[in-house]
Design a protein around this ligand. Structure first.
Ligand code: PMT
Length: 398
């Protein structure tokens, strides 16, 4: 089912065409309109095109259940808001739920169901810092966008702000829902998260990795039909269904599992932020603040470089490393690509807003073995995961 939200903008007339095209393709389309949308297009038009009742009010007693907003958020495979006005974007970005559509949007679980927003407004409104900020916030949270087009606007201006055409929105919907089983028969090994290097029974050295990048890669690869081995340092994330998961704590534990399983893999992707060093001695008892002890030195020793070892052994697998850098992004990442004998390295620029550790989004450059660099715009880690998998598959086919 496709839930089509319609807000009060002149482009609402195009939503009728979008609904018609989707129904023609066999989709069940459920329309939720705002009160303002009814000034631009009638519920009767949408009801006739979709063959279903159209809802607008949170208190519509013709609906069979008392939890209408939750049902409408849970049932669709995808939710699309076209047109999405500046007001709707602002409400979703701020968590405001003051009508049926905004309440449904707040109740959608983005991890399970995509939401596609098709903004439509005057150029000055679209470029207003508040609207730009709302769009950035929503992208970072994982909302997808059918970017507005440039051209003649209803107000007479010419510029950016026209809603994407219904055919384009439909293609994006199909793309978001499509399951391309193009990784069928391939085994992808992914490492994710931080490692913890114990100091004593209660303390450890670690880093800021949340594991999100690796878990999203695992989810995307699974969706595309791969057998997925996820080797995860400590995280608070729910693993994707249907994968083989190995929890580890330290770099040495990660090293052991990776080496044991590496012969199964066609593709190895190392997103994990592995500690390069560990305390040489692990204290058996908790280290105490003894009287007079004002300094404490901890001697560190090198951990195995798992990726480097994989590069040296280099079997038939396609080997992808990640690099998180705070300076000289391309030069530092390129050095790792060659030193570790990789096929591809994904360079995260930690100085960019929305990139790197903990974020829902990432901003990276891909550096290939021939030295070429592809700069990728800011996108969600899930979108980036699919893009990385696309690039790997292209390389394997060539
Ligand atoms: O987990 P998130 O919060 O989503 O954040 C994602 C991320 C920023 C951690 C991820 O995108 C990332 O960039 N991971 C690599 C972090 C890093 O900088 O690693 P590095 O430069 O220390 O190592 C380069 C590569 O060698 C990495 O692929 C790493 O897994 C690997 N390595 C490093 C050291 C070591 N002892 N063994 C390794 O295998």
């Amino acid at each position: 089912m496709l839930l089509l939200g319609i807000t009060g903008g002149i482009a609402a007339y195009k939503s009728a065409e979008l609904a018609r095209l989707a129904v023609k393709k066999g989709a069940v389309v459920q329309v939720v309109m705002t009160e303002n949308a009814k000034n631009f297009i009638t519920p009767l038009t949408m009801r006739t095109l979709t063959g279903r009742p159209v809802y607008s009010s949170l208190f519509d007693f013709s609906y069979s259940s008392a939890t209408m907003h939750i049902d409408l958020a849970r049932e669709p495979d995808i939710t699309v808001v076209a047109p999405a006005t500046a007001n709707l974007l602002g409400k979703v970005a701020s968590g405001i739920a003051d009508d049926l559509l905004s309440t449904v949007l707040l109740a959608v679980d983005l991890k399970k169901r995509p939401v596609l927003l098709a903004p439509s407004m005057n150029t000055a409104m679209l470029h207003h810092p508040s609207v730009r900020n709302n769009i950035d916030v929503l992208r970072r949270r994982g909302y997808f966008f059918a970017d507005p087009l440039s051209g003649d606007l209803a107000c007479g201006d010419v510029g950016e702000g026209r809603m994407a055409e219904p055919e384009q929105i439909l293609r994006l919907i199909e793309d978001k829902l499509a399951v391309h089983p193009d990784f069928n028969g391939l085994t992808v090994m992914i490492t994710a998260g931080p490692t913890r290097e114990p100091l004593d029974p209660v303390r450890f050295l670690s880093n800021r990795s949340s594991g999100k990048m690796g878990y999203e890669l695992a989810r995307a690869a699974k969706e595309r039909g791969a057998r997925v081995l996820l080797i995860s340092g400590p995280t608070f994330l729910e693993p994707p269904q249907g994968i083989e998961l190995y929890y580890v704590e330290s770099a040495r534990e990660m090293h052991a599992v990776v080496m044991e399983k590496r012969s199964l893999a066609d593709i190895i992707i190392k997103t994990a932020a592995v500690a390069d060093f560990r305390p040489e001695d692990i204290q058996m008892q908790k280290i105490k603040k003894k009287k007079g002890l004002n300094e404490l030195s901890i001697k560190l020793t090198r951990n195995p470089d798992i990726l480097k070892e994989l590069g040296l052994l280099k079997g038939d697998y396609f080997l992808v490393g990640f690099a998180a850098e705070t300076e000289n992004l391309i030069a530092n990442a390129r050095k790792k690509l060659y030193d570790k004998n990789l096929d591809l390295i994904v360079a995260n620029d930690l100085t960019q807003k929305g990139a790197g550790f903990l974020e829902e989004t990432n901003k990276v450059s891909l550096i290939y073995r021939d030295g070429s660099v592809e700069d990728i715009p800011l996108m969600t880690k899930f979108e980036l995961s699919h893009l990385i998998l696309d690039r790997i598959l292209n390389w394997k086919k060539s």
